[in-house]
Design a protein around this ligand. Structure first.
Ligand SMILES: NC(=O)c1ccc[n+]([C@@H]2O[C@H](COP(=O)([O-])OP(=O)(O)OC[C@H]3O[C@@H](n4cnc5c(N)ncnc54)[C@H](O)[C@@H]3O)[C@@H](O)[C@H]2O)c1
Length: 258
């Protein structure tokens, strides 16, 4: 019997990387999942994985509302909203961005990394109160330390950690709110289109990945699958009944060793 038998979850950013690995693991553990993807073209692949699929921009409230609604109509409710979609900034320095670029990139990065989870939590709250469910966000080592990205990415992930703490206060005692904070992970994480990073992939640069691996106490970057047990743990009422407001590091020791 799976650890999430009977659970119903929404996972955003589910077409790739960490979100795809969480989606697969949740299904293996017995959960029914609504996958939120960015574009219609990603829909077919996700349907084949056995998930329900909603396509849309997580920076729009309507996307979260449609995802929650799909969980209710197709699965009868919702137990976990996993706000995982994210954009990086490839360490772009502030001085290298014009004021106009800063404004546009701020809107894109904070729209996906912060407003997306906030909208998801808001849209899911009534259902989660009913099921005594939870919100799980994907944070980052950049939610604890400078240097995991540029100013916009780091600020967005620090703000996301604050959001987790505040929502844990506001949603208690019915709904737990937590996060997983991965360190460097082998994915094609991209950045804002306004900085020309929309189709750039973090793991396309072997030198970058090698440098990242050298910073990890465990001597390698993570695979997306390395993090998935923590998402199972945090979703499970039995396994993390007393955990709320936490951001669990899954960073190969990076944060304690720099
Ligand atoms: N890869 C790493 O090293 C690393 C480290 C720490 C944290 N993270 C975080 O992990 C999360 C997942 O990223 P990943 O590494 O798996 O990369 P990824 O690019 O594979 O996954 C991010 C997903 O978010 C989706 N997305 C982006 N903008 C969107 C939008 N506007 N609307 C809907 N979906 C959108 C993308 O389509 C993609 O599927 C992100 O929050 C990222 O910040 C990644």
């Amino acid at each position: 019997m799976g650890r999430l038998e009977g659970y119903r979850a929404v996972v955003t950013g589910a077409a790739s990387g960490i979100g795809r690995a969480v989606l697969r693991r949740y299904i293996v553990e017995g959960a029914k999942v609504v996958a939120v993807v960015r574009s219609e073209t990603e829909r077919a692949a996700l349907l084949a994985e056995g998930a329900a699929v909603v396509a849309g921009d997580v920076a729009l409230y309507d996307t979260a509302a449609r995802a929650v609604s799909a969980a209710v109509t197709q699965f009868g409710g919702l137990d976990a909203y996993v706000a995982n979609a994210g954009l990086w900034d490839f360490h772009k320095r502030v001085e290298k961005q014009s004021p106009e670029e800063l404004a546009a990139a701020f809107a894109e990065i904070f729209g996906v990394n912060l407003l997306g989870p906030l909208y998801g939590a808001r849209a899911a709250l009534a259902q989660l109160r009913e099921s005594r469910g939870c919100v799980i966000v994907t944070g980052s080592n950049a939610a604890f330390l400078a240097g995991g990205g540029g100013a916009l990415y780091t600020a967005s992930k620090f703000a996301l950690r604050g959001l987790v703490m505040q929502l844990a206060r506001e949603f208690a005692p019915e709904v737990r709110v937590n996060g997983v904070a991965p360190g460097a992970t082998d994915t094609a994480l991209s950045g804002p289109a306004s900085l020309g990073q929309g189709t750039r992939a973090m793991n396309a640069d072997p030198a970058r990945m090698k440098t990242m691996a050298e910073h990890m106490l465990l001597g390698r970057v993570a695979t997306p699958e390395d993090h998935t047990s923590l998402y199972v743990l945090l979703a499970s009422r039995q396994e993390s009944a007393y955990v709320t407001g936490a951001m669990l590091l899954s960073d190969g020791g990076l944060t304690i060793s720099v």
